[in-house]
Each structure stands twice: as structure tokens, then as C-alpha cells.
Design a protein around this ligand. Structure first.
Ligand SMILES: Nc1ncnc2c1ncn2[C@@H]1O[C@H](COP(=O)(O)OP(=O)(O)OP(=O)(O)O)[C@@H](O)[C@H]1O
Length: 212
């Protein structure tokens, strides 16, 4: 059974078709790359997979359960889609702490360890409103991985990162894959896609076309 399965999914917005009878299957433990020009539907695909939006027709099935029936959101997904709504007047740590309290699964040490992993200083008193773009991106990554989420849905995870940080995050994602986690990512940088992904799909004519 595939980990994630989209069956004959159609989705349009105000008469503009994004997907039509699209099928996609994701196995555990691989890194998938989704490519396509601006506005082709990469974020829409990820939102369908996360249960943020639902198909007009067809189904999205995660671990055998269809989203939108009994199941609203998949469990254990780490997600970067659009920029999360941070509390601008709080520090990075305090923002992550507020998110961690929702599930209450992890302690402060784990949050701090995760911040270091992505290249943020957990002791910094700097408020998020004064963060650079790259620092905000690292914070987004931190929230997606801090609870050891086993499936990562990452829309443009390398956005705004400097070369050293890109290398660091690439290594992190490789390590996650070795641990058996599943990763779906988009990137406009072909090198990220080539280096990291086991399978690559391009959005073409309202469907996913396998290119690797
Ligand atoms: N909630 C919505 N309501 C109306 N239209 C939407 C909505 N969400 C997405 N769209 C439209 O769907 C299309 C696909 O958008 P999407 O954000 O998935 O593109 P993308 O491939 O991620 O682009 P980019 O590379 O710029 O991130 C766009 O034309 C967008 O305007």
C-alpha cells in the first residue's frame, strides 16, 4: 500500500483547472521532487496531500485512510506551505515553544537542539520581526522537523538560504531519508532536485509526469 495516494484527482479554482484526473503514489522512505513553473499547482498539490484543501473529484488517501472523511489531517506530517504565521514580537524559540505546546510532545531541549540543527541560535533574544528571510526559512524548517515528523512536505525549503545553509539542510534531509522518513519537496533550483530526489515529477497538462 502506498503511503500517500491521489486517485483521479481533479481540482479547479473558479473554472481554472489545476489538476484533472491526476494520479500520484508516494512510497515511504524516498525523497520526491515536484517541479513546474510558477502557478502550475505545486503548492495546490501539497495542500491536497495535507488536507488543507479537498479535491473536486477523486480522493487523497494517506496510510489507507481517505482525507476528508473521518480523517481531516494526516498525522505526523511536518509541513512548510506558504509562510507560517509567526508571532512577530516573540523570539524564534518562543514561537517554536508556542507551536510545541499544541501537541506537548517535546521539551525545551528538543526545540533548542532543532534550532541548532537548522542553524539558528536558540539563546538569541532577537524577535522574529527582526529576522532575515533566511532566518525565517530556518524557523519554518525547525517547526516542520522538531517533533520528528516522519513525512515532510516542504514547499521551497531552500528559499533564501545561503550556500552553507543549503548544504546543511541538504545533509539533514539526506539523514532523514536514511532514517526512513518520506520527503516531498519543490524547488526552482534544479541542482537541489537532481542531488536529493529519488523520484521527480513535473506538472504537465494538469497531471504529474514522471521525469526521474
Ligand atoms: N485558494 C485559491 N483560490 C484561487 N486560486 C488558487 C488558490 N490556490 C491556488 N490558486 C491558483 O492555482 C494555481 C496554482 O497555484 P500554486 O500556488 O499551486 O502554484 P505553484 O506551482 O506552487 O507556484 P510557485 O512556483 O509560484 O510557488 C495558481 O494559478 C493560483 O492562483
Amino acid at each position: 500500500m502506498p503511503h500517500i495516494q491521489l486517485n483521479q484527482v481533479s481540482k479547479s479554482f473558479k473554472g481554472v483547472t489545476i489538476f484533472e484526473n491526476m494520479n500520484f503514489a508516494v512510497e515511504k522512505g524516498k525523497i520526491y521532487g515536484i517541479i513546474g513553473p510558477n502557478g502550475s499547482g505545486k503548492s495546490v498539490l501539497f495542500k491536497l496531500i495535507c488536507g488543507f484543501i479537498f479535491p473536486d473529484h477523486g480522493s487523497v488517501i494517506v496510510d489507507g485512510e481517505e482525507l476528508g472523511t473521518n480523517k481531516r489531517f494526516p498525522n505526523n506530517f511536518g509541513i512548510i506551505i506558504d509562510r507560517p504565521g509567526y508571532i512577530a514580537g516573540k523570539t524564534g524559540f518562543d514561537n517554536l515553544k508556542a507551536l510545541a505546546l499544541i501537541r506537548n510532545k517535546i521539551n525545551d531541549d528538543k526545540i533548542k537542539k532543532t534550532m541548532k540543527m537548522v542553524g539558528l541560535n536558540p539563546e538569541s533574544t532577537q524577535k522574529v520581526k527582526h529576522y532575515s528571510l533566511g532566518m525565517k526559512q530556518k524557523l519554518a524548517l525547525a517547526q516542520a522537523i522538531m517533533e520528528d515528523q516522519q513525512t515532510l512536505i516542504l514547499d521551497e525549503p531552500f528559499n533564501a538560504l545561503d550556500a552553507e545553509s543549503v548544504e546543511n539542510i541538504r545533509n539533514l534531509l539526506r539523514k532523514f531519508k536514511q532514517e526512513g522518513r518520506t520527503i516531498l519537496l519543490t524547488s526552482h533550483n534544479q541542482e537541489d532536485i537532481d542531488i536529493l530526489c529519488d523520484e521527480v515529477y513535473r506538472i504537465n497538462h494538469f497531471k504529474l509526469e514522471k521525469v526521474k
